[in-house]
Design a protein around this ligand. Structure first.
Ligand code: GRF
Length: 203
């Protein structure tokens, strides 16, 4: 039987906080058969808890602190871009990364930059998705992995996972249920992208 060996895609994860989605991706990539390897974790916040968790898994970490660039977003992003190039990064996963990226950066990485959002897009773009879903009386909620385009929380959808909203759900209980879904679908979505089975055009 012919066996085609495919090189694993070199992936960087961008974080700003606790990094539980990052951990889910790192765990999935520990399997040598997984089509991506995590080569770098970058945080814009030097205090991000996720940096310790990445280092504990032996992953190279870097900090590009947006505060040192003031209002100059493009210089911040050029510094990020330089990190990715230095490490031969081929795909980027945003995982709780709390900075908006400029069209310049998004175009550099078009089709190779993905994000997870804690709602069933196109519903509830932006922040406080769980509270807003409850306030709206949504029966269903969930998470979406999508390709990043310049417009926030838009872009072609790769995978979604749903949860039912219970009548007695609080923001915290709903967030916890959605987070478990995030940890399941993000590694699955990265697999699809790394294997070339999900593309922004669907082609
Ligand atoms: C997740 O809910 C993610 O969907 C959102 O921010 C949260 C980050 O959590 N974008 P973590 O840092 O991955 O634990």
């Amino acid at each position: 039987m012919a066996f085609k060996h495919m090189a694993r895609k070199r992936v960087a994860i961008l974080i700003s906080g606790r990094g539980s989605n990052m951990v889910a991706l790192i765990e999935a990539a520990k399997d040598p058969a997984y089509p991506a390897e995590i080569v770098l974790v970058v945080s814009n916040d030097p205090a991000a808890q996720g940096l310790h968790r990445a280092a504990a898994s032996g992953i190279t970490t870097a900090v590009v602190d947006h505060k040192t660039f003031g209002r100059d977003r493009e210089s911040f992003e050029r510094a990020l871009h330089a990190e990715f190039q230095e490490h031969g990064v081929e795909l980027i996963c945003l995982a709780g990364f709390m900075r908006l990226l400029t069209p310049w950066f998004v175009r550099q990485w078009e089709g190779r930059l993905i994000n997870i959002h804690p709602a069933l897009l196109p519903a509830f773009k932006g922040l406080d998705t769980h509270a807003r879903a409850i306030a709206a009386g949504a029966r269903e909620h969930g998470a979406t992995v999508h390709f990043v385009v310049p417009e926030m929380d838009s872009g072609p959808i790769i995978l979604q996972g749903k949860v039912a909203v219970a009548p007695d759900d609080t923001e915290a209980t709903l967030a916890a249920r959605v987070l478990a879904v995030e940890h399941r679908i993000y590694p699955e979505a990265l697999r699809l992208v790394a294997e070339g089975h999900a593309t922004p055009t669907g082609a």
